[in-house]
Ligand binder design. Sequence first.
Ligand SMILES: CC(C)(COP(=O)(O)OP(=O)(O)OC[C@H]1O[C@@H](n2cnc3c(N)ncnc32)[C@H](O)[C@@H]1OP(=O)(O)O)[C@@H](O)C(=O)NCCC(=O)NCCS
Length: 167
Amino acid sequence: MRIRDYRPSDAPVLADLYARSVRGIGPRFYTPEQVAAWAAQAPTVERVREAYGDGRVALVAVDAADRPVAFSDVETDGHINFLYCAPEAAGRGVMSALVDVLEARARALNHPRLHVEASEAARPFFLRRGFTLLGRQDLRIGDVPIHNYAMEKWLKPPKTGTAPAQS
Ligand SMILES: CC(C)(COP(=O)(O)OP(=O)(O)OC[C@H]1O[C@@H](n2cnc3c(N)ncnc32)[C@H](O)[C@@H]1OP(=O)(O)O)[C@@H](O)C(=O)NCCC(=O)NCCS
């Protein structure tokens, strides 16, 4: 397993990986209706190319055949948008290795803070990485109620004078 920068030729695999990840891992945490609604949010290949061509840091973990098995990114404002691992690769430290590199890249770019809307599946992952839970967010995808968690991690002390919460 290797971590490398995203390439536009990865986009079809990533669009597919999103839906496979949600359908394969999501049912441990969400109802069938919620999983279906979430999977339907999978980006198109064009959307992946557009999003990942906007200057953000976008990384993939690849197998021996250079095929992505996980991906994530940090936008220019420090927001982590996508974070998806193939079901067959989950629970083996793949995303931890990827997010180690993502955080190092964010620090190198002087991002003061990372923030994310974490799924029920991702919440423990981010807590282990020193993110702070800001609150639960109850949302709807169409008619389907679903929730996630706003989380953040300060890479530098905030400038506002407000100390970051300790985790
Ligand atoms: C969340 C997700 C990306 C984690 O990827 P992963 O490759 O399985 O994570 P890792 O194997 O690197 O896990 C790192 C650590 O967190 C733990 N962990 C990961 N997911 C966990 C979970 N849901 N509950 C408890 N612990 C979890 C692992 O056991 C591991 O612990 P360790 O370092 O002590 O061994 C993956 O579960 C996923 O793709 N989920 C579906 C999509 C999703 O929810 N995306 C998030 C959108 S914000």
